[in-house]
Design a protein around this ligand. Sequence first.
Ligand code: SF4
Length: 348
Amino acid sequence: MKPIIIPVFLPNMGCRERCLFCNQKAATEGLPSPSSVQNFIEASLARIPYDKKNREKQVAFYGGSFTAIHRDHQVCYLKTVRPFLASGLIDSIRISTRPDALDEEALSLLKEYGVKTVEVGVQSMIDEVLLLSKRGHCAVDTVDAISRLKGMKFEVGLQLMIGLPGDTCDRFLQTLDQIIELKPDFLRIHPTLVLKGAPLEILWKDGGYSPLHLDEAVQWLKKGFLRLEKSSISVARIGLQPTKELERDFLAGPYHPALHQLIDSAIFFDMATSLLQVSQKNGRALFLCHPKEISNLRGQKNENILRLKKNFKLSEVLIEGRQELPRGFLGLQIQEGVVSIDRKSLGS
Ligand code: SF4
């Protein structure tokens, strides 16, 4: 079960330079004092609904490069959480940081103060993409950091981005292959967006950068998803969380509040297509799936159904939800019975 996260934002704290895509200052206002962090934790705990009180509760220091800030400041923030850990009101701490700020000394400090989860901004494993995005680290820093984190038994989450300058679908899939080998516990994957106040805004306005189209992003992510599903790595989030700050600062790029569902719909479209390609068609099709997959098969605004009708000259496409069918399964009724496909069998 996912922990309840109490997020404390430390915008751009510890960041040596500004990454090309980052507008952290626009995302949150100012740096919190330790006393305001304490008040915020208390208020957040009080708001947790009764039925969720037994879930794991984590304070997360997000929005900067936690292990790159001055050691005294790290200790100051970590100490703020200590009384909550001691009383059992908070179970653990998570931080986000960059791969080149995770030496053994930094990790020992995190261990000492009860940090359980470290989220690392990896973005890409292609050095040219990292350079063009002004990340200031290389892929090898990520490999070293993950090995140290795993060696010291931290839970490891990685953030990847698609569509950064110099990125291609093949490069994204190469990145994923390397990441799968490194066996992190979970991933977040975000398409690159042009946000007000980020250095990327200027490059985009000057014509030096074109973001991915939404369809393109969905196709890249679909291929990535299918690879990830064959590994044991969970995907904690796809796409940025819709917030009022994001709505305010969004300028261009493949933003969609239900990106995950678009990817699942694209996968179900491919599954339906492959079933229709190999089976007899007589003007209509009856698909069988778990009731919770019906919307994935339909696609947004019935888009999949309309495309299947057009591509296969079908007059009717029917869907029957069956509780006993597993998620990720799609069946097609044919004269002789049912032909089926599992999403895990789709190639990427
Ligand atoms: S390291 Fe993270 S917070 Fe810092 S500038 Fe880069 S993206 Fe922004």
